[in-house]
Design a protein around this ligand. Structure first.
Ligand code: FAD
Length: 407
């Protein structure tokens, strides 16, 4: 069968379809997504879309004509509900059945829910889809008090946007600091200071015990020890869960994501997985596999699978992870993956929000977290990928920037 079926029309699914055509694949491509409309870009949802009213149409990767010209059969508002591996076929929620030569799982991830009473009250929001962002945008103007549960990237991006829009914002996290799973304490501390300068308050080391409301609408958030924080709007940003149930129901292995090999194949050679739903080997990560949640990873994995299916040359997946997050004036960019026990050296001018944290593992540059230093970030991507870069003693000895070091 000369047909590739792609389950999930988010970043990774769309890129797989687009790259298949770019790589010269001539067979049928069917891209199935359970959201309505055209595939779109999620990062602006917690940034420009909320802050300055970016048009929804501009979030779409490509206009309708692109799908026609590239013979990508986009099936929106439908869902793959079952994989029949022996027949190489999928069943959709609409009842439709489709056979495949190859199936790409690009089902992404969904919001993790907070298991406390009151999350079903009006004014309690999550932020993953454009529909959820639209709901938040419509309430943000009238929200004087905002509580954000979770000091991760989405929580902090939203907190900055809400504070800059004039709301009184409190961020709550069970961890002892912001971005505890994502960046070094040095970097997080400096970013947190910026948020405090916007009037944002933080409560760390505390979990929410319940959300209270009146007439079905949230009014405040309870923490243990009788702390009560008023709220007109609550954003829950406590991470995501990979959508791997479709795969496991078909007997494929999952372990925090659908397990794939270095060529992004599942245990069934006719099925691959890419993007937020996939747990893949990565030479820059410790351990046998890692599941990454980033545009870079979705794009690079999609590209590899497309090349493989189109019969084009490709290596194993070995792309250096990189990421960005915009939080008000903070433009954070990360190259590589940090680990808790990395040696860390800060260069630049933290007071002016332009600095880089260089993270070393066994004396080698492994990760660079840059704020307001795009040049350092681009240099870091090259240096880490090449296993190069200044030694720790060179970095500590008045290194002005990584960019200069590269030049
Ligand atoms: P998704 O984009 O989640 O797409 C999966 C799609 O598949 C969804 O539409 C889902 O509904 C659908 N689906 C699931 N199951 C099925 C099924 N059975 N049948 C059909 N369809 C199905 N990354 C960055 O690098 N930088 C950023 O600044 C950044 N900001 C972000 C801000 C927000 C608000 C969010 C939500 C994410 C952000 N990310 C950012 C992460 C990035 O958007 C994701 O890593 C990326 O979207 C992953 O793409 P994906 O295709 O794997 O998953």
């Amino acid at each position: 069968e000369d047909r590739v079926v792609i389950a999930g029309a988010g970043h990774a699914g769309f890129q797989t379809a687009a790259c298949l055509r770019q790589s010269g694949y001539a067979g049928e491509i069917v891209l199935i997504g359970d959201e309505p409309g055209l595939p779109y870009n999620r990062p602006p949802l917690s940034k420009g879309y909320l802050a300055n009213g970016v048009e929804e149409g501009s979030l779409c990767f490509r206009p309708p004509a692109f799908f026609e010209q590239n013979r990508i059969d986009l099936v929106a508002s439908d869902r793959v509900v079952e994989i029949d591996r022996s027949a190489r076929a999928v069943r959709l929620a609409s009842g439709r059945r489709l056979t495949y030569g190859h199936l790409v799982l690009a089902t992404g991830a969904r919001n993790r829910s907070l298991d406390v009473p009151g999350t079903d009250l009006d004014g309690v929001c999550h932020l993953r889809t454009v529909a959820e962002a639209r709901a938040i945008r419509s309430q943000l103007g009238g929200a004087g008090r905002v509580v954000v549960v979770g000091a991760g990237f989405i929580g902090l991006e939203f907190a900055a946007t809400a504070a800059l829009a004039g709301a009184k914002v409190t961020v709550i996290d069970i961890a002892p600091r912001a971005l505890s799973r994502a960046v070094s304490a040095e970097c997080a501390g400096l970013i947190e200071a910026y948020h405090r300068s916007l009037g944002i308050e933080f409560v760390f080391g505390a979990g929410v015990s319940r959300l209270n409301g009146t007439a079905g609408r949230v009014t405040d958030v309870d923490l243990p020890e009788t702390l009560r924080i008023p709220a007109d709007l609550v954003l829950i940003g406590v991470g995501v869960v990979p959508n791997s149930e479709l795969a496991t129901a078909a007997g494929l292995e999952a372990d925090n994501g659908i397990v794939v090999d270095a060529l992004l194949r599942t245990g069934d050679p006719a099925i691959s997985a890419v993007g937020d739903c996939a747990a893949a080997p990565n030479p820059f990560a410790p351990g046998p596999r890692i599941r990454l949640e980033s545009v870079q990873n979705a794009n690079d994995q999609a590209r590899l699978v497309a090349a493989r299916l189109a019969g084009k040359p490709h290596g194993p997946y070995a792309a250096l992870p990189w990421f960005w997050s915009d939080q008000g004036k903070v433009k954070l960019q990360i190259a590589g993956l940090g680990q808790d026990d990395d040696e860390r050296i800060v260069i630049g001018d933290p007071d002016r929000l332009t600095f880089s944290v260089l993270r070393y593992r066994e004396g080698r540059l492994a990760c660079v977290e840059s704020v307001g230093r795009a040049g350092d970030h681009m240099a870091a991507r090259r240096l880490i990928a090449q296993g190069a870069g200044p030694r720790p003693d060179q970095a500590r000895n008045g290194l002005a920037s990584l960019k200069d070091w590269l030049d």
